[in-house]
Design a protein around this ligand. Sequence first.
Ligand SMILES: NC(=O)c1ccc[n+]([C@@H]2O[C@H](COP(=O)([O-])OP(=O)(O)OC[C@H]3O[C@@H](n4cnc5c(N)ncnc54)[C@H](OP(=O)(O)O)[C@@H]3O)[C@@H](O)[C@H]2O)c1
Length: 235
Amino acid sequence: MELDGARTFVAGASGALGGSLARGLHDRGARVVVGGRRPGPLADVASYVGTEAVLFDAVNADACAEAVRAAVTQLGGLDLLVVTVGVAAFGPAVEADPAVVDELFAVNVLGPMALVRAAAPSLAEGDRGQVTVLSAILADLPTNQMAEYSATKAALSAWLDVLRRENRRSFSVLDVRPPHLDTGLETRALAGEPPSLPGPVPAADVVEAVLAAIAADGRVLGWDPKAGALVSRSA
Ligand SMILES: NC(=O)c1ccc[n+]([C@@H]2O[C@H](COP(=O)([O-])OP(=O)(O)OC[C@H]3O[C@@H](n4cnc5c(N)ncnc54)[C@H](OP(=O)(O)O)[C@@H]3O)[C@@H](O)[C@H]2O)c1
């Protein structure tokens, strides 16, 4: 898609990847509104992109829809929705706290679905609509001590596959599946201690790859261990 002038809502811009993507999209000429939960970090990125931030809690589907409506109103429409909300949790599958599992699925799966559903009519109105969502390598490689986190990302990726097929005439769908990055996400987990993880990949590399894939209307950005990079796949 043409990024210059693209009316864009980045949901999760208070976080590391979301904030960097919002700034990168603004630098490439997109008109960006940012959304998230923590007002402090969101204010910094909102000031950078020059629009009013939108606060929402992803566990509440109505709040997700309201956040999209607020962004659409501010932008006068929507060409690009970028969803980077997400949270991790660790520990053995049989020991997971049901309340933690509920919150994981609410933030990682149900929230992103609600954001996309709310955005879909606006995205379909123009001729360059696109949805970009951060899932994770765990969608391809479910990992021990991360059963529930892996399951949320696999569910999200499955949903995005169907979303892409059902809406191919209305908007494109990019599913980004990065490996462990240096954003410190694991230190903000809802529960548990992370298992031994591979050395983190620089988030800056992923941000550049995602910006290029958005511009190219990519479908899936998956990790290629041989190349040591995210590579585009057809699905
Ligand atoms: N970092 C990695 O190693 C890695 C690898 C693969 C995939 N990913 C995925 O990439 C995405 C971004 O991760 P990141 O590394 O940038 O982590 P991050 O800095 O912790 O960002 C996570 C974002 O999710 C938001 N969030 C969490 N719970 C929320 C809730 N209940 N309501 C609204 N927003 C909520 C956070 O908002 P607040 O900060 O405002 O609470 C923040 O904006 C996530 O989906 C993650 O699963 C990350």
